[in-house]
Design a binder for this molecule. Structure first.
Ligand code: PMT
Length: 222
């Protein structure tokens, strides 16, 4: 049993991939297994936080002492997150949200076309950016899944989305990113202080991240 350092604090954590429907049998998604977000939710609850986990479809069991809410699309995730945002102290957005969805969702199975099929896509709402714009007391933590220029893109997301902290991972590095039980992350806080962590279990990444959050909560807020 950990120290109850987050007792009385409300944490909102997102995990897993969203699914954007094409028709009743097909959808667009990505490789997120939910492991990173579930590990954070589990550890935050162990440290005494009231945790709400908003999750896309995964094969994982809901963590103990965590209120887990399953969602499907980016739009569903947005709506659920906004429902709880006001009373939240810390938001951690480890979900891999689809950036685009099909403009049309067919209600019957799409029949086989000729040789090519074109599906028009439109942007989904950037949930994190939306939260950054509405931020008052919340400490807002984003993730950045990159394949190149990790530091540059992560810092740009930190500023553009008005975050307090960003956790960047290179999803093409062995042992990091999607599906694995381990991760390799670099954290940048709002003052651009950098913490570079070696390969470790997602559970240990979660513990390190929560330690950083605890430190930041003690600091003066901007
Ligand atoms: O689930 P696992 O298999 O354990 O894998 C973990 C992980 C690789 C998914 C995780 O560590 C991770 O990097 N999560 C973020 C994935 C992602 O969508 O990154 P991004 O760089 O595209 O987005 C940046 C941030 O904006 C993220 O916090 C994302 O949740 C958020 N976002 C993105 C798009 C959108 N429409 N709304 C959002 O809120």
């Amino acid at each position: 049993e950990g120290k109850q350092i987050f007792k009385g604090m409300n944490f909102l954590i997102t995990a897993g991939a969203t699914r954007e429907k094409i028709d009743p049998v097909r959808y667009f998604t990505n490789h997120s297994s939910g492991k990173m977000g579930y590990a954070i939710a589990e550890q935050a609850a162990k440290l005494g936080a009231n945790v709400i986990l908003i999750s896309g479809k995964t094969d994982l069991n809901p963590p103990d002492r965590v209120k887990t809410i399953m969602v499907e699309s980016a739009q569903d995730m947005l709506e659920k997150v906004l429902e709880y945002y006001e009373e939240t102290n810390v938001v951690i957005k480890s979900a891999a949200v689809a950036d685009y969805r099909p403009v049309v969702t067919y209600d019957k199975k799409l029949k086989k076309q000729k040789d090519h099929l074109t599906i028009e896509m439109e942007k989904t709402t950037d949930i994190l950016k939306e939260l950054g714009e509405r931020k008052n007391k919340q400490l807002l933590v984003g993730f950045a899944a990159e394949t190149n220029s990790l530091e540059e893109y992560a810092k740009s997301k930190l500023t553009r989305k008005n975050l307090d902290l960003i956790v960047a991972n290179n999803v093409t590095t062995e042992g990091a990113g999607f599906g694995t039980d381990t991760n390799i992350v670099t954290m940048f806080d709002r003052n651009l202080n950098k913490v570079e962590l070696p390969l470790m279990s997602k559970r240990d990444v979660a513990i390190k991240l929560l330690e950083k959050i605890e430190t930041m909560m003690k600091e003066e807020r901007p």
